[in-house]
Design a protein around this ligand. Structure first.
Ligand SMILES: Nc1nc2c(c(=O)[nH]1)N[C@H]1C(S)=C(S)[C@@H](COP(=O)(O)O)O[C@H]1N2
Ligand SMILES: [Mo]
Length: 262
């Protein structure tokens, strides 16, 4: 009888140890299994076990919120899917436009006004010119191959067509006699400042061709192609070289938003 009692106490201790080990190794102990195995334990032990497994469950829940790989993947998916959703929305818009041509016309007008060049500051007439308006100023349009030299010594010849900037300022916006500086500012914040004298000059050079003389122009056409308005305002400032060796390429401000006369 005594032998049997000792043996059963040993068995219960072994059982408790086994259950504890199983509880620790498995992240989410199943309540039903635990209850069946714990039947032989006294109430204090059961309470202890339940507290321990509750702690484990709580820990698991916190770990789920903070670290669950599925959730991390879900969040990553949501983030990476955002541009796709936008693209789908744009496609939907385009489809809507196809079925409603009136809407498309309205949209184009808005885009063109948005991509117009603003001229502000010391001018008689503060103006906003659309591409169509600039194209109609045929007597001040300039077109030629321009030579460029950049900071790395790279050179090239590129054909541009656009408006003579000085003539635009003088004839169309009536630049003030006391104006001194002219800032060309792009939508990305890039800007280049010139003196009025620099903009007025009509004899910028191409160091490889002494016969050439260029004005500063605001081009809307490069290599016979107009700029894609979906990239931004379709205007690029083009300047020849002030003298031999002049690194002129950095002055070629693309996506011009506005011109400020000071
Ligand atoms: N809007 C805008 N125009 C810009 C720049 C810029 O950062 N933003 N960089 C300039 C510089 S430093 C150079 S060298 C030329 C580069 O022109 P590319 O990109 O056609 O080679 O663009 C110039 N125009
Ligand atoms: Mo540059």
């Amino acid at each position: 009888m005594r032998k049997f009692k000792n043996g059963s106490i040993l068995l219960i201790i072994l059982l408790i140890v086994a259950i504890s080990l199983a509880g620790c190794s498995s992240k989410k102990p199943k309540a039903e299994e635990s209850v069946v195995l714990l039947e032989e334990k006294d109430e204090a032990q059961i309470e202890k076990e339940e507290e321990h497994s509750e702690d484990l469950e709580e820990k698991d829940e916190i770990e789920d919120v903070e670290l669950s790989p599925e959730e991390v993947i879900d969040i990553a998916k949501t983030d990476s899917e955002e541009p796709v959703v936008e693209a789908e929305e744009i496609n939907t818009d385009k489809q809507a436009d196809k079925t409603e041509p009136i809407k498309e016309t309205e949209k184009e007008e808005v885009v063109e006004k948005k991509n117009a060049i603003k001229i502000k500051g010391k001018v008689g007439v503060e103006s906003t010119f659309t591409l169509d308006e600039l194209k109609k100023m045929t007597d001040i349009i300039f077109e030629d191959d321009f030579y460029s030299l950049n900071n790395f010594g790279t050179t090239s010849y590129t054909h541009f067509k656009g408006i003579n900037l000085w003539k635009l300022l003088e004839e169309k916006t009536k630049i003030s006699p006391d104006a001194t500086y002219i800032k060309i500012i792009a939508t990305d914040g890039y800007e280049v400042e010139f003196t009025v004298g620099q903009v007025k000059r009509q004899d910028y050079i191409d160091e490889t061709n002494p016969d050439k003389a260029y004005p500063m122009i605001i081009a809307w056409e490069e290599k016979g192609q107009e700029y894609d308005i979906s990239d931004g305002p379709p205007y690029k400032l083009i300047v020849g070289q002030a003298e031999v060796g002049d690194v002129n390429k950095p002055q070629w401000v693309s996506k011009i938003d506005r011109i400020i006369v000071e």
